[in-house]
Write a protein that binds this ligand. Structure first.
Ligand SMILES: [Zn+2]
Ligand SMILES: [Zn+2]
Length: 482
């Protein structure tokens, strides 16, 4: 389609605005001004559309992309135009974006339709749903949204407000990278119950957006529990000690954490986002007063201990994964056998991001899960059974009982390898091995403290991003510090 078909909007007699979306149009969509006076944002520099707007479009294109228009046009083949109310606040712009993108491609959108306001992403979703273009043809305006996303991040940087506004649109537009980045940011950089801000008047979208609340709340609790557990490590050691100085050391350690307003963790998270607490912990300094501690417990390197807590908390969660969410959708269970569903959603040699567009650890897989929790438990059980079979029980801690399944040891397709993140590849997790010894070496690397992770599961039915946290944990772990 020639770009010239995208003629700019031109006023016509009678004060209406005529927009020729396609030159050989055979249908007109007309928007009439909103019935109620609009309250528009004064910051919105774009001109208001308060008059009648006519879009000259193709009947066939509308029918091809919308069940809504199929119904209208199918029953009235001679209908020449249809009129809707312009609900304002970007409604007309959004419809124009959709119509131009559907007829001529997103690359033909004129500059005045660029998404310079985040609100427009929401309006585009709302308008698309109203006219039946979304969700099936959301890809048609995805390039437009990607630009919107980039403009928002370039202009204001990533802030809690931006993340709250854009995480849900990233989900709708299937922007996996943005969604993972923003949901990670929300987990670490916000501390209230609000994960979504809908700046548009399409309030009906709020309910869909709330599906993010549960996974992000639990992911945040997971990071918090890691921080709490690791900071408690030194205290636990002191409680097990027998020296007379242990009590004073314990008190002073806690005092140093409290001086940073980072302790107790459950109180700190009421006041600050996790990222701020983690940053503050970087300032932790503490030297025990005890000099001649007979137990050695007071000679513990408390600074190192806090550094481990910082590191583990920082890498505990990579964000939510759209591919894992899609793959684990409950409706897929009915369409295939349970075993196929299990296989499709299971890790491969310890990698939890197979066939995902962006690499991530187990926690992202866990919190992105949209299927029945019983199936997720089965996958985790099977994973542990496989590790056990490979001889990496490390002290024979308890593990759940589950079906034993022999994994297919076929070579991982190169496309899969390409999809892995640098981080995941760096863990060595994707190396295809044949001998048992090699497998064991490999498992040892990525699951350095997998037993510890399993304890988490048993205690709170939550996962730890084990292999991503502990890639280099040999040099930085509590077991080594003490
Ligand atoms: Zn002591
Ligand atoms: Zn994934």
């Amino acid at each position: 389609m020639d770009v010239s078909t995208c003629a700019p909007a031109t006023p016509v007699a009678g004060g209406s605005l005529q927009i020729t979306v396609v030159a050989d149009s055979d249908f007109v969509i007309q928007l009439t001004p909103a019935a109620k006076p609009l309250v528009e944002k004064t910051t919105n520099a774009a001109p208001k559309r308060t008059r009648v707007v006519q879009f000259r479009v193709s009947r066939a294109v509308l029918q091809q992309h919308s069940a809504f228009f199929q119904t209208i046009l199918g029953s009235r083949p001679n209908l020449a135009n249809v009129t809707f109310e312009n609900k304002g606040n970007g409604f007309g712009y959004a419809l124009e974006i959709w119509l131009r993108a559907l007829h001529n491609g997103a690359h033909t959108l004129p500059n005045n339709l660029k998404a310079t306001h985040i609100e427009r992403a929401w309006v585009a979703i709302g308008v698309g749903e109203q006219f039946g273009f979304a969700p099936h043809h959301i890809d048609k305006i995805k390039p437009w949204f990607l630009e919107c996303y980039q403009i928002a991040l370039n202009n204001g940087g990533l802030t809690p407000f931006i993340a709250c506004c854009l995480a849900f649109p990233c989900n709708v537009f299937n922007h996996a990278e943005g969604f993972m980045k923003l949901t990670k940011y929300l987990a670490y950089h916000t501390n209230g119950n609000i994960f979504t801000i809908n700046p548009s008047s399409f309030h009906g979208l709020n309910q869909d957006a709330r599906t993010l609340d549960g996974p992000l709340t639990t992911a945040r609790a997971h990071i918090q529990s890691i921080l709490d557990k690791e900071l408690n490590f030194a205290l636990d050691k002191l409680h097990q000690a027998t020296c007379s100085c242990r009590k004073e050391t314990a008190f002073d350690y806690v005092d140093a954490l409290r001086a940073l307003d980072c302790w107790p963790i459950d109180r700190a998270v009421q006041k600050y986002p996790l990222a701020e607490i983690i940053d503050e912990l970087e300032k932790f300094e503490f030297t025990p007063k005890s000099i001649n501690c007979e137990s050695g417990a007071c000679a513990h390197d408390f600074k190192d201990s806090v550094n481990i807590a910082i590191r583990k908390a920082k890498f505990a969660f990579d964000g939510l994964c759209l591919d894992c969410m899609e793959r684990s959708q409950i409706e897929h269970v009915d369409a295939q056998t349970r075993q196929a569903f299990l296989d499709k959603n299971s890790p491969f040699k310890g990698c939890w991001d197979i066939d995902c567009r962006f690499g991530h650890g187990r926690a992202s897989w866990y919190y992105s899960w949209m299927g029945p929790s019983s199936v997720r438990r089965d996958i985790l059980s099977r994973y542990r059974e496989e590790k056990k079979a490979l001889g990496i029980t490390k002290g024979g801690r308890r593990s759940r009982r589950g079906p034993r399944v022999t994994k297919d040891n076929s070579v991982v397709p190169s496309a899969r390898l390409a999809a892995m993140s640098v981080k995941t590849q760096a863990s060595g997790g994707m190396k295809n091995t044949t001998s048992e010894q090699e497998n064991n070496d490999h498992e040892d690397k990525y699951d350095h403290d997998a037993d510890e992770d399993d304890e988490f599961f048993d205690a709170e039915d939550a996962s730890v991003g084990g292999h991503t946290v502990t890639d280099d944990a040999d040099v930085l772990d509590h077991d080594d510090v003490n």
